[in-house]
Design a protein around this ligand. Structure first.
Ligand SMILES: [Zn+2]
Length: 216
């Protein structure tokens, strides 16, 4: 069954770096509905690139009025997500991790989204993605296979890097990060993955496997 995914991020490019391959692969193939909510337009260049990336990856988006590099956890920020979440009623929410090595915008988005989702869609699954900069405390448990979507992800990153040119958008770096997580899941294979921490997942009626079914 198709699901509704809300990707909540601070700036254009975060959606690609964090989960561009996942958007391009599983979500699209299953006809899932994907909405990307950004709290700020980053800057004019990134704002201009975003529609092209959205077309390439297959998502809809909307942009909030909050200032890049100066977004705080305020009632206004929570209300912004309240409205988006109420309108869209997501089954799965993907947002930033909390990390001391990243823009405060990302941490503010994380906090506001979790507060809002806990009240409005308490059974929605919440996943948080890998921070832009390496964080040794990021300890993922969910891995999305993007082996067949890596070229699309790199193409999307290329659209942004033509205006920004940041080292963390370089194709080799993005591919190596995906290969690192792939090796964690399938050692010795050529699998590429994006990684997520599971914040919350509601199982509903839980069915426990018979002990004989559990491989030892
Ligand atoms: Zn960002």
């Amino acid at each position: 069954m198709a699901s509704k995914y809300l990707i909540a991020v601070g700036h254009p490019d975060d959606e690609v770096l964090m989960c561009g391959g996942t958007i391009a692969s599983q979500m699209k193939i299953k006809n899932d509905e994907i909405r990307v909510i950004l709290t700020s337009d980053g800057n004019q260049d990134r704002h201009d690139v975003l529609p092209h990336v959205a077309h390439l990856l297959g998502f809809e988006f909307s942009i909030g009025p909050f200032p890049a590099t100066n977004t705080h956890l305020t009632g206004e920020l929570v209300s912004f997500f309240d409205q988006e979440i109420r309108d869209f009623q997501p089954d799965v929410i993907v947002t930033h991790s909390l990390s001391k090595y990243q823009s405060q915008d990302h941490n503010s988005v994380h906090r506001a989204v979790v507060i809002s989702a806990s009240r409005l869609v308490p059974t929605a699954t919440i996943l948080v993605g890998e921070p832009t900069f390496i964080d040794p405390e990021f300890n993922p448990v969910i891995f999305s296979d993007i082996t067949h979507a890596i070229e699309t992800k790199l193409q999307a990153a290329e659209l942004y890097s033509s205006s920004l040119g940041r080292a963390y958008m370089a194709p080799k770096y993005l591919r190596d990060r995906a290969a690192y997580w792939g090796q964690l899941v399938k050692p010795g294979e050529d699998t590429l993955c994006e990684a997520f921490v599971l914040v919350r997942h509601y199982q509903g009626e839980t069915v426990l496997a018979d002990s004989q079914d559990i491989p030892m």
